[in-house]
Design a protein around this ligand. Sequence first.
Ligand code: COA
Length: 377
Amino acid sequence: MVEPAGVQRGLEDVVALESRICFIDGRQGRLIYQGYDIRDLAEHSTFEEVAYLLWYGRLPTASQVADLRQRFGQLRALPPTLAEQIRSMPLTSSPMDVLRTAVSALALYEPEETKPGSGSIGGAQRLTAALPTIIGTFHRQRVGLPPLTDRPELSQAAYLVYALLDRDPTDLEARAIDVALLLHADHELNASTFAARVTASTLSDLYSAVTSAVGTLKGPLHGGANERVMELLDEIGTPELAESVVRDKLSKHERIMGFGHRVYKVEDPRATILREWSRKLGEAKGNMRYYELLRKVEEVVHREKGLYPNVDLYSGSIYSLLGIPHDLFTPIFASSRVAGWTAHVLEEYQDLRLIRPTAKYVGATDLRYEPVAERTG
Ligand code: COA
């Protein structure tokens, strides 16, 4: 379809606002959080440090990060009525639908957090602490695991594994999840963050903004892609079949999930880091199947379409190696991105202007009005 002049479909390349939180250099393949290169953060930092960095604009001292860890531990438990409501939701529900509903419902129990403004930092910490509990409460109910305890001694990454699998991760597993979480924590004006900022720009509250963001993340073109990557691997089966399956899909103009990006024109730096973690974890577990399949898929897609991997290509293989079911991948993404969503909402409150673009109208303007009785169809 030819676009009317002046319309940037999908708002591509439109600069919507100024932000200090995250910078993507799509040509150089660099991702920066508050001035720090993601590669340094993935090498040396934890999710807790990154959440602090996104919210406060500086890396925490050792005692500040210890305080934040302690705070997360204190903020994990849900109001008992809400926990019960989550357990009573249809067990066949999509975990993202449960998450969206529960985030919205949590606001009913925390009315003090629904006053928009800089005080929303408490809500940001609460939501970040509580998201793994929401997901874990639902998942444990549907698979018959015992109820959660707060486990304040665990990092966010280790708590997430415990919440979902009812076991403590090994050090290597915990670090793999920690890196995956910090790599997903923010990504400039991605669709869900934009949705959160649009909601906040009406002077609505943080919980409403995060509810909008969860609903936006759910779509397969955004957060749902890593789940689809694992479905593709199941369909391919063995590396020898990768070539024919992928080529067949491309010839039918199907999209291969985990490839392409609106901003990156080279490899997504998060994919580079996660590829290495997928290999490391695969070696430790004596299961290189996912890694080998993904390498083969990468080779074919790059050769045939010139597309590079994005963050979603390898993340699902890491979660699968731990034994996490596919439909929890997007909720895991949410439990990390909530740090970024809330940082952006806090920034929005500090420099607020209602986000309200315009549309180029291409419909009619001079139709003759017919009363209902005269309309023929
Ligand atoms: N597989 C196959 N072809 C792809 C593709 C993919 N993953 N991503 C882009 N393309 C192709 C499109 O078909 C289009 O080709 P055409 O010009 O011949 O029609 C071209 O590349 C441009 O695609 P477009 O949809 O305009 O780019 P975009 O900037 O809107 O898309 C994404 C960005 C992320 C939506 C897109 O790359 C995609 O759908 N990727 C798969 C989903 C995914 O992994 N999402 C997670 C993102 S982190």
